[in-house]
Design a protein. Structure first.
Length: 318
């Protein structure tokens, strides 16, 4: 006759507690695994917010992996490359049109900026790299924020393929003298050319719709004709342009969408031409401007005419 094995109740309880604890620990570890910030799509699971963080500015593609070669750090997406940082020391740079058999479509944020300071504001970079030339290929479609901020170069040719240039992209370039923006650009973002003190001429896109705040603040512009497609300007767009003498504003521009202090400290300003009826000025727009030397040109019955009368500025019909 076999003997019955009797297990004390206390041991049974301990076994149950152990099983429950192990189950909870496994669940916790699994949750930690999925919530880990380093967890990527290549691990087989990606949270929605992580997908958004890895979306490229060029399109709705997710980051495959970061990589680098002797000259560049770059991100590899499904069908293209985004340059992240220029590592080389050459003063003449030929941006590649292709890496790893994929087109290079984007110049990333701070790509040529040698420090991580002052990217999204008007703080100058700590270091200012100087180049003889930087050649941008036709494969490039996007130039991200502060990509060339602080870079010292006298000439840059933006190819027609570029349709988006982000904030402060060329700010603090003391050597840039002139630039032509392709017609594919519809918005000039905040601070794009801020403190390009020798930028004396620029060709604006025919289809330009908006110029955001401080876009040309403290540049060396002397004369400017705004295309009639521009409907909106931000604050201080031309503030501190001490060499600006004459400007022609867009026919589409209206006061309600016009930022304040547009011509603040433009001490050489003598002519403002209003092409439309709906744009005018206030005293804050002309802070630091010698209104005794200023003439406003515009149409009869326009807000420009009303502004001139209210501010005591000479008005001429045209």
């Amino acid at each position: 006759m076999k003997k019955k094995i009797i297990i004390p109740i206390s041991i049974v309880v301990l076994i149950i507690i152990f099983i429950v604890s192990f189950s909870m620990c496994s669940s916790s570890n699994s949750q930690d695994y999925y919530e880990n910030d380093d967890f990527s799509e290549t691990d087989g699971f990606t949270e929605d917010n992580e997908i958004e963080d890895n979306i490229s500015s060029v399109g709705n593609e997710t980051l495959q992996y970061p990589s680098e070669n002797d000259e560049w750090k770059y991100d590899v997406y499904e069908t293209y490359i985004t340059l992240k940082k220029y590592k080389g020391n050459s003063k003449t740079v030929n941006i590649p049109s292709e890496i790893e058999n994929k087109p290079v479509k984007s110049i990333g944020s701070k790509c040529f900026n040698k420090d991580d300071q002052g990217v999204y504001n008007d703080t100058p970079p700590l270091k200012e790299p100087e180049f003889t030339s930087i050649n941008i290929p036709d494969s490039i479609e996007v130039i991200e924020s502060a990509a060339f901020k602080g870079v010292q170069i006298s000439k840059l040719i933006i190819p027609k393929s570029v349709y988006f240039i982000d904030e402060y992209a060329f700010a603090y370039n003391d050597k840039l003298e002139n630039i032509i923006l392709p017609n594919s650009i519809t918005v000039i973002k905040q601070g794009t050319f801020m403190n390009c003190t020798n930028l004396s001429s620029i060709q604006l896109p025919d289809n330009l719709e908006e110029i955001q705040g401080g876009a040309f603040e403290a540049t060396g512009l002397e004369n400017l004709v705004m295309p009639d497609s521009v409907a909106k300007c931000g604050d201080q767009v031309f503030a501190y342009c001490s060499k600006l003498k004459s400007i022609t504003l867009s026919e589409s521009l209206i006061t309600d969408t016009n930022g304040s202090e547009m011509f603040e400290k433009c001490s050489s300003l003598t002519e403002i031409h209003f092409s439309g009826l709906e744009a005018g000025l206030n005293e804050y727009d002309l802070n630091g401007v010698n209104i005794d030397n200023l003439t406003i040109y515009g149409k009869s019955g326009s807000k420009a005419a009303t502004s001139a009368t209210r501010l005591g500025i000479k008005f001429v019909l045209e």
